[in-house]
Design a protein around this ligand. Structure first.
Ligand code: GRF
Length: 203
């Protein structure tokens, strides 16, 4: 059985969606750890309730990003996970970590990439005036939200939407897309071919 570990910075509703899918047997894996950069993250409570080991690396207690990332790399290696899931992890992952876990680290982003990478994706979508928005699960590479795309799900943008109402519609789809991508990975059904991801049929 595959081992997965999750990185989260806040509320952790995407992490919860993965935990729920694991509990329902929709993902064949064991969640072996939650790593967070934020000691106040509600994701910590969710992990403890599910019996998942928690590692807190308080970003602001470190003298530099390099020092933080060195400990993060060590914590990730200690998990011995097959897959690392960035579920609302609000920091850009440094080069050493990207290289160490290439093809084994995925992220959920609340926009239809390559549109609106980075922070406040839903606000970017509303301000740009797009009519369709959504979410993307993708592999993490050295860029910002730029790696090969595994799954996208879309929602309409309504006339009176603001950032919050659009975010509420998108997160429903995030909670479907992320567990689905994790399940595919754990079933060895994801093949990366350059920029593209092929989803293999069930064996
Ligand atoms: C989600 O919208 C995720 O896509 C983004 O940050 C939010 C985190 O929400 N990166 P949660 O912590 O999973 O509830």
């Amino acid at each position: 059985m595959k081992r997965i570990a999750v990185l989260a910075s806040g509320r952790g509703s995407n992490f919860q969606a993965v935990l729920d899918a694991l509990a329902r047997g929709e993902i064949q894996a064991k969640c072996v750890g939650l790593i967070t950069d934020n000691p106040k993250a509600y994701a910590i409570t969710r992990a403890r309730e599910a019996g998942v080991e928690v590692t807190v690396l308080d970003y602001h207690a470190y003298p530099s990003k390099d020092a933080y990332e060195a400990d993060l790399l060590a914590a990730m290696q200690a998990c011995e996970a097959d897959l690392f899931v960035l579920a609302g992890y609000m920091r850009i992952v440094g080069e050493a970590i990207v290289e160490a876990f290439a093809g084994r680290m995925i992220n959920i982003h609340p926009a239809l990439l390559p549109s609106f990478p980075g922070l406040h994706a839903q606000r970017q979508a509303v301000e740009y005036g797009v009519k369709v928005a959504g979410c993307t699960v993708h592999f993490v590479d050295a860029g910002t939200d730029s790696g090969p795309i595994i799954i996208q799900r879309c929602v309409p943008v309504l006339e009176d939407d603001d950032e919050d109402s659009l975010a509420e519609r998108i997160i429903v789809e995030e909670h479907r897309a992320l567990p689905e991508a994790v399940a595919l990975f754990c079933e060895d059904r994801i093949e990366i071919d350059g920029r593209c991801v092929r989803i293999l049929p069930r064996a």
